[in-house]
Write a protein that binds this ligand. Sequence first.
Ligand SMILES: C[S@@+](CC[C@H](N)C(=O)[O-])C[C@H]1O[C@@H](n2cnc3c(N)ncnc32)[C@H](O)[C@@H]1O
Length: 319
Amino acid sequence: MMATRAQQRTDRAEPGRSGDPGRDFEFTSADFARIRELIHRSAGISLSDHKRDMAYSRLARRLRARGLDSFKQYLDQLEQENDPAEWEAFTNALTTNLTAFFREAHHFPLLADFIKTRSTPLAVWCSAASTGEEPYSIAMTLIEALGDHAARNVTVLGTDIDTQVLAKAEAGMYQFDQVKHLSQERLKRFFLKGTGAHAGLVKVRPEVRAMIRFQQLNLTDRDYQLQAQQFDAIFCRNVMIYFDKPTQAQVLQRFEPLMKSGGLLFAGHSENFTYVTQSFRLRGQTVYELTRDGGGARGATRGTAQGTQGARATSGVPA
Ligand SMILES: C[S@@+](CC[C@H](N)C(=O)[O-])C[C@H]1O[C@@H](n2cnc3c(N)ncnc32)[C@H](O)[C@@H]1O
């Protein structure tokens, strides 16, 4: 079989071919500028200058997979063909998915205390769920706060734009290293330990898994297709840092009608919404409280969003 030119380049991996040691493809400033523009339009992500190497290495894999010779060719095809599957791969490649169980741990006792004051049915949305550690931490906190039985009246929605991380979240399988900092009590109550071929792995227990519904959702979509006034709390942590201020304001505006009165919004440690919105007031420790009476009709519609199986792909780029 004839090797494509891209494969020949990879095979030779000759440093300096692109004018850049160790790079298989030429990667110009114009290419990077175009990638930045496209990912901003499709996912709201503002890629900073220092993400240039990351963009190269992650998207070079797409070029190889498609047997292409240049970034220009790849980006031309992406825009012209407007294939949802390739947009999905492009977006998945450029997200940053760092997360951990009980990350920013001070939020979880706050959630536990808050949820006990609320009436059922209870719902929490984890809006940048990544590989699942955060929504599982939320579900575990709710079980600890309310007991196994009461927790059955609680739903956790876990969403992310990245379909690859969502598949991992759905599987609920992790390296033991990722949970070794948890108490013995939590490990026993919430995880199954792998044996044999699964040694070194843990799996979230099915009763915790059953509390969570995962689906793809792009926070920059105009309409989330979620039912109004349903959430007691929204976790939106460590994702707004990738968005510019106008995008942050739009996202917060869309959250507002989805929340019940007095609902809480949990933000990441370096995220500050005080000057972005007046709809949420800082309560302290990067937790915000809805200032309005929740559930204005604006923007929210009844939910039909799909699960990740057969998930709607990131469909093209909004004009
Ligand atoms: C750094 S991780 C944070 C994960 C978790 N919230 C935490 O704090 O540990 C950011 C996540 O936001 C997701 N993300 C980026 N842009 C998004 C968008 N427009 N809509 C939904 N999720 C997005 C990424 O795919 C990634 O999984």
